[in-house]
Design a protein around this ligand. Structure first.
Ligand code: NAP
Length: 245
């Protein structure tokens, strides 16, 4: 599936991997509808590229998502690719003093429920296009093998992985494909101050775009490509490696 001449919706296009996707795609003839909360960053991107259409929306709010998606489907009925990229990660373990029970719903809503809402809200328009279209959900190696901290994050990404697979089965008789990009540790504000050997955002974005264009249902990026192989050789070793994060 070539992305040229299409209109894409990207959530979380103002930072990290989402911003790198936007920077790479905006230089081509591709319309980009972007969702994020930070108005200043949205405005800056829209000033940089004329083909960017920014929408301020909090993915933590069902009301906000339904309202914004209504505006987006009215204004951009030609969107044929949706990249559910926005996400947050809360790192404390359940035993840490700074662990906040009140944040659990928020993290699950942004990482899992909102992408599901968006797929449901976009589906009608995308079916009406009667042309190839795609949902792309951004997950992590942690969706397959969790780490010790960020348990809610790991659970939300595993949920998004299974949702993507099931939706793919549901849509197999349609012209809509469902892709999952499984990422390694990437150098973004989300991972600031932790981890080593991180992949750059630009390399990551290039690999995601290539995977979509090559119609890969599961796009394993960078070191994440080793996960299926190592998991076959020794699932317990893979579990131990990933546990450390
Ligand atoms: N970095 C990694 O190592 C890594 C590895 C595997 C998977 N991933 C996944 O890759 C995706 C992008 O992560 P990243 O590292 O690029 O993160 P990031 O730099 O922190 O960017 C996150 C983006 O999500 C948006 N966002 C966060 N909460 C939002 C909300 N409530 N409503 C709307 N937008 C919201 C942010 O925009 P605003 O702040 O303006 O709202 C921002 O544009 C995430 O799904 C993450 O789980 C990352």
């Amino acid at each position: 599936m070539k992305l040229l001449d299409r209109t894409l919706l990207i959530t979380g296009g103002t930072s990290g991997i989402g911003e790198a996707l936007v920077q790479q795609l905006a230089q081509q003839n591709i319309g980009l509808v972007i969702i994020a909360r930070n108005s200043a960053k949205l405005k800056k991107l829209a000033e940089q590229f004329s083909n960017i259409h920014p929408y301020r929306c909090s993915l933590a709010s069902k009301v906000d998502v339904e309202k914004t998606m209504g505006e987006i489907t009215d204004n951009h009925p030609d969107i044929s690719v949706v990249i559910n990229n926005a996400g947050i990660q809360v790192t404390p373990t359940f035993l840490d003093s700074d662990f906040d029970r009140n944040g659990i719903d928020n993290e699950i809503t942004i990482n899992l429920t909102a992408p599901i809402w968006i797929c449901a809200l976009m589906l009608g328009n995308m079916l009406d296009l009667k042309a190839p279209a795609a949902f792309v959900n951004i997950t992590s190696g942690l969706a397959l093998f969790p780490k010790k901290n960020s348990a809610v994050y790991c659970a939300s990404k595993a949920g998004l992985r299974n949702f993507s697979r099931s939706l793919r089965y549901q849509l197999e008789e349609t012209q809509i494909s469902v892709h999952e990009a499984i990422l390694p540790l990437v150098d973004t504000p989300m991972t600031e101050g932790r981890g080593k050997g991180k992949m750059s955002v630009m390399q990551t974005a290039r690999a995601i775009i290539k995977g979509i264009e090559n119609n890969r249902e599961e796009i394993y990026v960078g070191k994440a490509r080793l996960i299926p192989l190592l998991a076959r050789i020794s699932p317990s070793l893979m579990g131990t490696i990933m546990k450390a994060g």
